[in-house]
Design a protein around this ligand. Structure first.
Ligand SMILES: Cc1ncc(COP(=O)(O)O)c(C=O)c1O
Length: 402
């Protein structure tokens, strides 16, 4: 590995997912090649190559980097790190999670049909609606946690299953191995949005996914201060990686060098944050169950959750997202306006605990009938549990529910 430029150019497809012999906690801190990689001047943290372009050292003699829209050493290091965590062949770091979803859509020709989880992040549904109008794609939404609902929807022109598990915001769990079997039978791509659990708790490629997407804004970055997205391809899907890379580097929906640095820094603490978040979430879910104004608690880590057994079989943790219905819209609004420590804000996955009203925020654009059917009603709330002291969080909820 060259020390001259700090980081050697790596091939953009087939990135090294290396260091697989080290545990994920170690790889999250040291990256994909922590033994060999020596940054300029021995810098322990990754240098931010804040440059648009790179000098050529001779005719037909590049450092391996030419222009940051195409590749950048800081971003490359991040991409290799995420590849290592997800077990991916190639990772593309995008400006946002939505940019990552948008890049994936470029794989499909007009006329293609995609079956998606009915309870998706609202922004993904908005993008898919636009793609129906402008790109000639079509989407069918269904409860993918119920295998029997999926197969009858497959048509000759169906090209992919697009799954969020657990889903946002009603926490349905889809059996990824069963989806893979269906995809193999019908020659479909399996695409999984892994935002809610992160690669620490769920690695969809190992379960058969061809493509994984992330809102890196959430658990991976972890501090509610930077937007990012990732597309990861399975090691045996370099064909997809090449197609995606062409669009990615041509359009330039990539992550800036500084933001790439922020993601590398955030990922270093991913595993300890997730452990703490999950501990807190378990305690908060148990507390919410005792509250008379709380009608139900949707947390994947509760044994009574319908997806609990599937979760045990395909994940190593339950994460920190809890949704719940309270008795009335008034109780919901009162809680939102009276939490002190917990912040009433969109987004999730950061160190701060946030509470969201999906119907007014993340899922505001859903047609009323669909929202009602999914249970995304005016008395429905979603909590993204952070790393604060669980007792403090519980006290805050207790006083806001009073
Ligand atoms: C599950 C999921 N996927 C994708 C996105 C989009 O990510 P971003 O906001 O980084 O564009 C979000 C955002 O909330 C999300 O929750």
């Amino acid at each position: 590995m060259s020390n001259e430029a700090g980081i050697r150019s790596q091939q953009r497809t087939g990135q090294q997912s290396g260091a697989s012999d080290y545990h994920i906690e170690t790889r999250a801190v040291h990256g994909y090649n922590h033994i060999d990689l020596v940054h300029t001047y021995g810098s322990i943290s990754t240098p931010i190559f804040q440059t648009a372009t790179f000098q050529h050292i001779g005719v037909k003699h590049s450092t391996g980097y030419d222009y940051t829209r195409v590749s950048n050493p800081t971003r490359d290091e991040l991409e290799s790190l995420v590849s290592s965590l997800e077990g991916a062949g190639t990772t593309l770091a995008c400006a946002t999670g939505m940019a990552a979803v948008d890049v994936i859509l470029s794989l499909f020709d007009p006329g293609s049909h995609i079956i998606a989880t009915d309870d998706l992040y609202g922004g993904s549904v908005r993008l898919f609606d636009t793609a129906e109008r402008t790109r000639g794609l079509s989407f069918t939404y269904t409860d993918t946690s119920d295998l029997s609902q999926v197969e009858p929807l497959i048509r000759p022109e169906t090209r992919a299953l697009y799954i969020e598990t657990p889903s946002n915001p009603t926490m349905k769990v889809t059996d990824l191995r069963a989806m893979k079997a269906l995809c193999e039978q019908h020659h479909l791509l399996l695409i999984v949005d892994n935002t809610f659990l992160s690669p620490y708790y769920q690695r969809p490629i190992a379960l058969g996914a061809d493509l994984v997407i992330h809102s890196g804004t959430k658990y991976l970055e972890g501090h509610n201060d930077t937007l990012a997205g990732f597309v990861c391809t399975a090691p045996d899907r370099e064909d997809l990686a090449e197609k995606l890379l062409l669009i990615y580097k041509t359009v330039g929906c990539n992550l800036a060098p500084f933001d790439s640095f922020m993601l590398i820094r955030g990922i270093k603490t991913l595993t300890v944050r997730m452990d703490r978040i999950q501990d807190n979430a378990m305690k908060i879910a148990a507390f919410l169950k005792t509250q008379p104004k709380v009608l139900d608690v949707l947390y994947v880590g509760l044994p009574e959750h319908p997806g609990y057994q599937v979760s045990l079989s395909q994940t190593t943790g339950f994460g920190g997202m809890i949704s719940f219905h309270v008795d009335t819209k008034e109780t919901a609004y009162h809680l939102l306006e009276n939490v002190k420590l917990i912040k009433f804000a969109e987004s999730l996955g950061g160190v701060e605990t946030l509470i969201t009203h999906p119907r007014l925020q993340t899922h505001a654009d859903l047609p009323a009938e669909t929202a009602q059917k999914l249970g995304i009603t005016d008395n429905f709330l979603r909590l993204s549990v952070g790393i604060e002291n669980a007792d403090d969080l519980i006290e805050d909820l207790r006083q806001a529910l009073a």
